[in-house]
Design a protein around this ligand. Structure first.
Ligand SMILES: NC(=O)c1ccc[n+]([C@@H]2O[C@H](COP(=O)([O-])OP(=O)(O)OC[C@H]3O[C@@H](n4cnc5c(N)ncnc54)[C@H](O)[C@@H]3O)[C@@H](O)[C@H]2O)c1
Length: 251
């Protein structure tokens, strides 16, 4: 099956590194016009070299900045067909007892993993409705379905919220030809934070983790990007409201 994205207009958030960057590369390789958004200017520079047609440095928790960026893109390209909400992660945090979690620790995780996805979806929905076509794909996590390996309360709660948002938006936007799905990655060595997490397990913990994965290997950013491509394609027209675990069979 050949998935064709020629002339499709795609926005990818969290595009500066790891999984988001792999998603940008995959769409660009199949002929899409890709806009890459992130907080990280240097990472976006690399994303531009490896496929993004345009980049925007912005904080996705800033609703008006998101609205402006989306309307600029829609005007420039004549619409937006596909939105991949990939921004998120643990924002440099590590597990701590609940008593030690500050308000800022908690909020920053919701801003990164949920608020941005909501503002972006809200901005693209009118364009997709007018076109009678749209694909929204939220990158959640195994932490959106069960307790997280990271042990970070706010991360697990935010990813569960993103799973709920996926289901509700599928219900609301399905009648307009817009599908909304989520990919829930397992452990992917995608950036310095996941590398540190992996190293913290030590040789025995690492062996236990790999043994718990049916395919006996960790995930790669491209594993996640490939599933996103399927969900974004025309052939996935009747797949909506789903949370697809891409984790080598661990869950
Ligand atoms: N790597 C894994 O093992 C794994 C597993 C499950 C889920 N995920 C999810 O996959 C996605 C990508 O993960 P990753 O490991 O490639 O990178 P990551 O989690 O480190 O970062 C994602 C990107 O989001 C950006 N970002 C965060 N907050 C932002 C904000 N407010 N505004 C704009 N950009 C913001 C960051 O700058 C970063 O480039 C994340 O949502 C993450 O939670 C990753």
């Amino acid at each position: 099956m050949k998935l064709d994205f020629t002339n499709r207009r795609v926005v990818v958030t969290g595009a500066a590194q790891g999984i988001g960057r792999a998603i940008v590369q995959s769409f660009a390789a199949e002929g899409a016009q890709v806009w890459a958004l992130d907080l990280d200017a240097e990472g976006l520079r690399v994303a531009a070299e490896t496929g993004a047609n345009a980049t925007r440095v912005l904080d996705l928790s800033d609703r008006s900045a998101v609205t402006d960026a989306m309307s600029e893109m829609a005007q420039t390209l004549g619409g937006i067909d596909i939105l991949v909400n990939c921004a998120g992660g643990v924002r440099g945090q590590v597990a701590k007892p609940i008593e030690d979690v500050s308000e800022k620790d908690w909020l920053v995780l919701f801003e990164a993993n949920v608020h941005g996805a909501f503002w972006c979806s809200q901005s693209v929905a009118p364009h997709m409705k007018r076109a009678g076509f749209g694909r929204i794909i939220n990158i959640s996590s195994g932490a959106g379905l069960r307790p997280s390996l990271t042990g970070i309360q706010g991360y697990t709660a935010a990813k569960h919220a993103l799973v709920g948002l996926t289901k509700q938006l599928s219900f609301e936007l399905g009648p307009f030809g817009i599908t909304v799905n989520s990919v829930a990655p397992g452990f992917v060595l995608s950036n310095p934070a996941t590398q540190r997490q992996w190293e913290s397990y030590g040789p025995e913990g690492q062996a236990r983790l790999v043994e718990s994965i049916h395919t006996q290997r960790l995930g790669r950013p491209k594993d996640i990007a490939d599933t996103v491509m399927f969900l974004a394609s025309d052939v996935a027209e009747w797949v909506s409201g789903q949370i697809i675990s891409v984790d080598g069979g661990r869950s």
